[in-house]
Write a protein that binds this ligand. Sequence first.
Ligand SMILES: Nc1ncnc2c1ncn2[C@@H]1O[C@H](COP(=O)(O)OP(=O)(O)O)[C@@H](O)[C@H]1O
Ligand SMILES: [Mg+2]
Length: 422
Amino acid sequence: MRVMIVGGGGREHALAWKVTQSPLVDEVFCVPGNAGTAAIARNIPADAADIPGIVSLAQEHRIDLTIVGPEAPLAKGLSNALQSEGLAVFGPTKDAARIESSKVFAKNLMAEYAIPTASYWVFDDFRNAISFVDEKGLPVVIKADGLAAGKGAFVCRTDDDVDEALRKTLVEERLGDAGKRILVEECLVGQEASVVVITDGETVLPLPSSEDHKQLLDGDRGPNTGGMGAFSPTEAIDDALQERVVREIMLPAIRGLKEQGIDYRGALYAGLMIVDGDPYVLEFNCRFGDPETQATLPRVKGDLVPVLLAAADGSLKGMKIDLEDNHCVCVTLASKGYPGRYERGLEIQGLSECEHLDNVIVFHAGTKTTKGSVITAGGRVLGVTAIGATKKDALQRVYDAVDRIDFQGKYFRRDIGMRSSY
Ligand SMILES: Nc1ncnc2c1ncn2[C@@H]1O[C@H](COP(=O)(O)OP(=O)(O)O)[C@@H](O)[C@H]1O
Ligand SMILES: [Mg+2]
């Protein structure tokens, strides 16, 4: 069969890496992909957000399954467009993707189906919001309703923080339509972790738990980024808690959507805060996480393609996902300056040396190939990933590999998987 993967980051390289290992798969296309996917699949230089363009590609290349990586095309209805041409797609429809594309929608769903989450209040007016927060007291979390590429959530500890968050969203509309409506949330204190499930709208199969490091600097300090690394499993979620997450969060969400006439097919990601041993939802994403996917897919035993296909066509019942009993750590190598301005086009050295290391996989994110060499093409450049029998073992391997790769301005965190809370 022929598979197309939409997107071009580390998540999509990890998906391509897993899918190309399937004996069912003859050919994999990545749109647009990166230098890493080019080595194992066929890249097509098209825009992942161009819905009619993607549908034409799927027809032209007689694609049997399209897997959508990022949220933006899902929120715009890529899955609907593919389905209406009779094409199989892994990823929710536009209505189902609202669980990520509208945080108010997600919160209302959680309230309706008693899914544990922080209390929340919705505003579209600056004055009303600010006087509410004055009365309620700090801290609070302020969030834009719509998609904001990780820039729409503000943890506010001072009046100035509140003022700035509300001005950015409601007054200056710096997040555009996404910030015209906001949520004020109760601030939860606990340990963050995530669980992703694959679902066909009925059956729910969990992938391994993981934890990511969003902040730029060691010690979880500095600005938020798309993700500086991740590891799996996380100590914050044992088997019993994972089961509770499925029972108390994932199944009620999927069944709640179904009750509203929405059939959710694809990956459902829950960003969680574990408070005194109990899981609360911070947010849902309608897709696999990045970089969590790089740290979880290498732990999946065997072929994932039958599961992805079954999720797409609604026949997941009776299937399972087997996991390796190991640990995986992914360290992001970023460009100097990221998440602000950074240079592109810098040559990357040491990649071929890492290909020969045992239990190490270098997933590409912002890379491309020119004249036979691989150069940087984004803020997050590579996701260096290693597997080990223990986390310590995986950490040793991953940082050994990180040291062998170089490009001008290479930046990474030295403390991935080493939070002081364990
Ligand atoms: N209710 C909350 N209490 C405490 N921290 C929160 C809360 N909601 C979000 N956060 C923090 O803000 C981060 C981003 O929020 P999230 O809802 O995941 O938005 P997004 O990923 O869309 O930016 C979370 O990872 C968490 O650290
Ligand atoms: Mg988040």
